[in-house]
Design a binder for this molecule. Structure first.
Ligand SMILES: *[C@@H]1O[C@H](CO)[C@@H](O)[C@H](O)[C@H]1NC(C)=O
Ligand SMILES: *[C@@H]1O[C@H](CO)[C@@H](O)[C@H](O)[C@H]1NC(C)=O
Ligand SMILES: *[C@@H]1O[C@H](CO)[C@@H](O)[C@H](O)[C@H]1NC(C)=O
Ligand SMILES: *[C@@H]1O[C@H](CO)[C@@H](O)[C@H](O)[C@H]1NC(C)=O
Ligand SMILES: *[C@@H]1O[C@H](CO)[C@@H](O)[C@H](O)[C@H]1NC(C)=O
Ligand SMILES: *[C@@H]1O[C@H](CO)[C@@H](O)[C@H](O)[C@H]1NC(C)=O
Ligand SMILES: *[C@@H]1O[C@H](CO)[C@@H](O)[C@H](O)[C@H]1NC(C)=O
Ligand SMILES: *[C@@H]1O[C@H](CO)[C@@H](O)[C@H](O)[C@H]1NC(C)=O
Length: 576
């Protein structure tokens, strides 16, 4: 069924020493509907033996105390872990995992009754490595996508687990595909070519419209098309050095605290938007988009004292006033709102108003500003496969509730993934993006940082930024960073705006993506054409006539829409 990915598409590395190596393309597809019959295993199962149970019990065995059955229904064969008394009573297969390899995992799961979260786990050297989870259902098959890496090579046992021991776990179409780092990088490059760049054809003519060969063209990217930025605090106001550093690099920002309820209404009934307004004005002047953060926050700890002491009725009215006040004030001016921040992990408003509280707040915000994208914003969905509260499957459940709301039409929803990493599990990150991306909704990485020893921090940060930027469903990235010493987990520069290693990563990547005013000079061919593949963005160019050296300035914008077909380059004609 997934023809696309089973194509025997193989290509060679450019490096001679590796020319024998076959690079396997990555399968970005994920199924988020629960299906009667599972699809075939991705990558034909990869290194999994007998991945779709066509060959009896070969490769599969009991894990801990479950009983293992092989069953068939409607021609489909699968394995069942039954009589489970503990989470990990299940079915398993032994595999050998190698250090330095990135493993992509998938499986199709069903439970015998109701619904239950089921995780894929690898037991290795007495340790448990989680590769991902799904909320499995009865009577249909759900796809779990995940991934992992290991620190040391060695044997491991793959098994599935669920805290619900009353259910049987049914397993089918299992896949564990190893990728080398080179393959992984090649996937990113290929995806960047498709999603972030477009072919451009520039034609240079004279006043009569005649071709001008040998005209020299200098191109400079003025603004990267892919939204990339960092959070800021109010200390950017009046700090010229910080302003310069920031505006040279970024096209989008999030205010750390200045739009939050506890900042704009620290005293009940007295609203003060002075700081948020001033920051928004500054970024508007510099053409930097602002994400709205946040309408309310579901964390009980981050409520003003006056808020927590209100009666249910007064609180309801206060919430309504807050939503109306901030959303109408900034209507149409923001690149999305984080609406009920972190409502998968926290439930302050649900604890007061019942299970529909967040949904109702989304509905209110949308009714006031119907055209702004309303984001969920949540942590650990990409960062931690053991977190079952905010797993991609749980995220999808909440999104489906929000998608069912009808006020002034559907809410334009966005998927905000905070991305507060420690040690990133990059194959898991990619698989989680695949799963959420299957909704077709825009994904933003909203608060990227890395809490790790300084020896690893910049390296991990780069891995996360590269993966996010390359993923076809990611539409923007904002880091949760600042300048020393007032940073949360990560600074980009010291107090004098000299880059730290993390800031060097940012600059290296922006340059790679064509930015930071790097110029390239090219020459038109015999027909007056110059063609290239460029990153989406705004460009300035100077074209000089080969005979007179007279130079003219032009500009153009390459958008993802222009190049979405990839067959025809975006063509720009300029006169000299
Ligand atoms: C089934 O197992 C046998 C040996 O145990 C093997 O030769 C054969 O290729 C397997 N068939 C499939 C479809 O995996
Ligand atoms: C597990 O529980 C089932 C009942 O659900 C029981 O029949 C079985 O003996 C138990 N197995 C073990 C190993 O405790
Ligand atoms: C373009 O430049 C090349 C070398 O610089 C020269 O050989 C060629 O004649 C030039 N073509 C035209 C049409 O001026
Ligand atoms: C609003 O906040 C600003 C910045 O903190 C402060 O200077 C100003 O006095 C406040 N306005 C009122 C009316 O309290
Ligand atoms: C929550 O919303 C759903 C529909 O969106 C509705 O059926 C249900 O009654 C609501 N529950 C409460 C407690 O308001
Ligand atoms: C174009 O020329 C102007 C004036 O010399 C210069 O300031 C600018 O940097 C040039 N831009 C490019 C893209 O070459
Ligand atoms: C054009 O500029 C080039 C390089 O700056 C120079 O070598 C050449 O003589 C100039 N030609 C004319 C016609 O001015
Ligand atoms: C592009 O150039 C035109 C003049 O040719 C100018 O009016 C416009 O402001 C420029 N746009 C940008 C984004 O620089």
């Amino acid at each position: 069924m997934k023809l696309l990915l089973l194509l025997p598409l193989a290509f060679c590395c450019l490096s001679l020493s590796r020319c024998e190596e076959i690079l396997v393309p990555y399968d970005y597809s994920a199924t988020i509907e629960c299906l009667e019959i599972p699809y075939k295993p991705q990558y034909n199962g990869g290194i999994i033996v007998n991945p779709d149970m066509q060959n009896g019990s070969q490769g599969w065995s009991q894990f801990e105390n479950a009983k293992v059955n092989f069953r068939e229904f409607g021609g489909n064969k699968f394995v069942v872990a039954t009589q489970r008394n503990q989470s990990s009573d299940s079915v398993s297969q032994k595999v050998y995992l190698e250090k330095g390899i990135l493993y992509t995992f998938s499986a199709w799961l069903q439970v015998s009754t109701g619904k239950a979260p089921v995780s894929a786990v690898f037991k290795k050297n007495g340790e448990y490595k989680h590769a991902g989870s799904v909320v499995a259902e009865s009577k249909c098959w759900s796809m779990l996508k995940g991934g992992l890496t290991v620190d040391e090579s060695g044997p491991a046992e793959l098994f599935v687990e669920s805290e619900d021991t009353t259910v049987e776990i049914w397993v089918d179409s299992v896949s564990l595909q190893p990728f080398t780092q080179d393959e992984w990088n090649a996937h990113q490059e290929q995806s960047i070519d498709n999603s972030r760049k477009g072919p451009v054809r520039i034609r240079v003519v004279n006043n009569k419209g005649e071709k001008i060969p040998n005209a020299s063209i200098t191109i400079e990217q003025k603004r990267l098309g892919f939204p990339f930025g960092s959070a800021v605090a109010q200390n950017i106001l009046g700090n010229q050095a910080y302003q310069n550093w920031f505006t040279q690099r970024f096209t989008v920002t999030t205010f750390e605290n200045e739009m939050k309820w506890y900042s704009t209404e620290s005293v009940r009934g007295i609203e003060n938007y002075t700081v948020a307004d001033a920051m928004l004005r500054f970024f508007n002047q510099h053409g930097i988009a602002v994400r709205g953060h946040n309408v309310v926050w579901d964390h009980p700890k981050y409520q003003s004292k006056w808020v927590t002491s209100l009666s249910r009725n007064d609180l309801y009215n206060a919430v309504k006033r807050r939503v109306f006040s901030v959303v109408s004030r900034y209507k149409g001016q923001l690149a999305g709102w984080d609406v009920v921040n972190e409502n998968l992990h926290h439930s302050f408003f649900e604890s007061k108003f019942g299970p529909n509280a967040s949904n109702n707040i989304f509905a209110m915000a949308h009714a006031i500003d119907p055209s702004t994208t309303m984001f969920m914003n949540e942590f650990y969905t990409l960062e931690d496969p053991t977190d079952l509260k905010a797993s991609p499957a749980k995220y999808l459940e909440k999104l489906r509730e929000l998608q069912s709301i009808r006020v002034r039409g559907n809410i334009p929803l966005g998927i905000g993934l905070e991305s507060h990493f420690s040690t990133p599990n990059i194959p898991y990150m990619r698989s989680a993006l695949d799963t959420l991306g299957a909704t077709g909704l825009p994904i933003w990485l909203t608060e990227i940082d890395v809490k790790a020893p300084s020896s690893d921090q910049a390296k991990y940060f780069e891995q996360v930024l590269r993966e996010g930027h390359a993923h076809p469903h990611v539409k923007g990235m904002v880091t949760w960073t600042a300048y020393a010493p007032n940073c949360y987990h990560m600074c980009l520069t010291d107090g004098n705006f000299k880059n730290l290693p993390t800031g060097d990563v940012v600059d290296k990547l922006i340059r790679e993506w064509g930015g930071l005013r790097s110029q390239t000079t090219e020459v038109t061919d015999a027909d007056g054409f110059f063609e290239a593949s460029l990153f989406h963005g705004d460009y300035d160019l100077n074209i000089s006539h080969p005979l007179t050296n007279s130079s003219v300035s032009h500009n153009f914008t390459l958008t993802s829409d222009d190049s979405s077909l990839h067959t025809q380059p975006s063509t720009f004609v300029f006169r000299v």
